[in-house]
Design a protein around this ligand. Structure first.
Ligand code: LLP
Length: 404
């Protein structure tokens, strides 16, 4: 398990000060992860675009901007948030999928880099902009990779990207509209442990590169795996850097010019920085399990229910308590199991339970289901805890409703 930077005692103080449920992020951990990437790829022409769909709090975006990273967006609203956070347009990438052309037009007017993932939108782009705005193409490489099917995106049944076997159609649009294709993009999935998956992607792209005359970048997407439990595997970034460098060395100057490599890590940068702190409402003993109900549910952390994701859970109020087996559930009026039959130090009502690795796709995928408030968020930076989002209030539930 990776280093825990915020201690149980500190997390307890945060819970007491800001209330629960609470997302807390450790800025130092984000920096540590970013440094791991830049150090490993130190001698290569590589850029990192933070896939901000993982966590878009404006303060996180600004922090990551200050570290020197670029940003990858999945909607035009994320693009606007990135601009609001102070990223200049040339450091913002918009990797669109399945969107209306109006959104691409808007992104174009904002001056950001755009990856297009359908022949239909590429044609519309060509018709409207021709060579005036270089553009990237997202391809579907036909690679099965990723932690589970829901987060696998590069295989041959995936909706993402233009299948590589339709490359002739891409090329004929390029010719028809004199498009300047600046990058070829692939993203094969999330939680990819094996660096060879990226090498395989590169090999597929190498065959295509000589056919695009204006290429400057190749974009290998995100998906680096972080450990969620003891002994869990993680992507060896050092090895990845070596393998990517070697792959490029074996194809010097494909297409006759040096290409910059881009990655779009989301989880890798923010997952381990995040702690989700909850409070135990009720303990219920049954024949099947001892249920521990916390003041949260899948409305706040959907990953266990949606992906069967494992999040380590500790009782930070009783770290020396006798280990027992519990099923940790939420308070949502629907089955919302966080963990089944998990060993945790003895739990009492009122204890704080912390979920680790909650920085990526935690708050970001939260909702107001059951008319519950979204949690507050806190950023711990230079030893100071800053509230970066207040907890919802009752008026937030009515904010956009129109009462007739
Ligand atoms: N680039 C593109 C085009 C993507 O679609 C994604 C994630 C990323 C980069 C970043 O992937 P990451 O480095 O975070 O694995 N909600 C799921 C993960 C969905 C990922 C969607 N796309 C989860 O909680 O596991």
């Amino acid at each position: 398990m990776s280093q825990e930077s915020l201690s149980p005692a500190y997390l307890t103080r945060l819970a007491q000060e800001f209330g629960t449920p609470l997302y807390a992020y450790d800025a130092a951990k984000i920096k540590q992860q970013y440094d791991k990437l830049t150090t490993a790829f130190n001698n290569s022409n590589t850029l990192f675009f933070y896939a901000c769909k993982a966590l878009t709090n404006i303060n996180i975006l600004r922090y990551i901007r200050d570290l020197g990273a670029n940003v990858d967006c999945s909607s035009v609203n994320e693009v606007k948030l990135a601009l609001h956070a102070g990223f200049p347009p040339e450091r913002i990438l918009y990797t669109s999928n399945g969107i209306g052309f109006d959104e691409i037009e808007e992104a174009q007017s904002l001056g950001v880099i755009i990856n297009i993932d359908s022949l239909s939108n590429l044609e519309k782009f060509g018709r409207k902009f021709g060579a005036s705005h270089p553009v990237g193409v997202r391809l579907r490489p036909g690679i099965m990779a990723g932690g589970n099917l829901k987060i696998s995106t590069g295989h041959d049944k995936s909706k993402f990207g233009i299948p590589v076997d339709q490359i002739e159609k891409v090329l004929s649009l390029v010719e028809k509209y004199q498009l300047e294709i600046a990058d070829l993009h692939i993203h094969t999935g999330s939680e990819i442990v094996d660096p060879d998956v990226f090498v395989k992607g590169i090999e597929i792209l190498f065959d295509l590169i000589p056919r695009f005359n204006h290429l400057k970048f190749i974009d290998l997407g995100g998906g680096f795996k972080v450990p969620y439990k003891d002994g869990d595997s993680e992507t060896d970034i050092q090895l990845l850097a070596q393998k990517v460098t070697k792959a490029f060395e074996s194809h010097p100057n494909p297409g006759g010019r040096p290409l910059q490599v881009w990655f779009e890590p989301g989880k890798f940068l923010v997952s381990e920085s995040g702690y989700f702190i909850t409070k135990v409402n009720v303990i219920k003993t049954t024949d099947a399990a001892t249920f521990v109900s916390v003041d949260s549910g899948f409305n706040h952390l959907i990953r266990p229910m949606f992906y069967d994701a494992y999040h380590r859970i500790d009782n930070i109020s009783n770290p020396n308590g006798q280990p027992r087996r519990y099923s940790v559930v939420g308070n949502i009026c629907e089955t919302d199991t966080f963990a089944w039959d998990r060993t945790i130090n003895e739990v009492r009502e009122g204890d704080y339970l912390v979920f680790y690795n909650a920085g990526a796709y935690g708050f970001e995928m939260s909702s107001n289901f059951n008319s519950r408030y979204k949690p507050a968020e806190v950023l711990v930076k230079d030893g100071q805890a800053h509230l970066i989002r207040r907890r919802d209030r009752f008026e937030d539930l009515l904010r956009n409703q129109i009462e007739l």
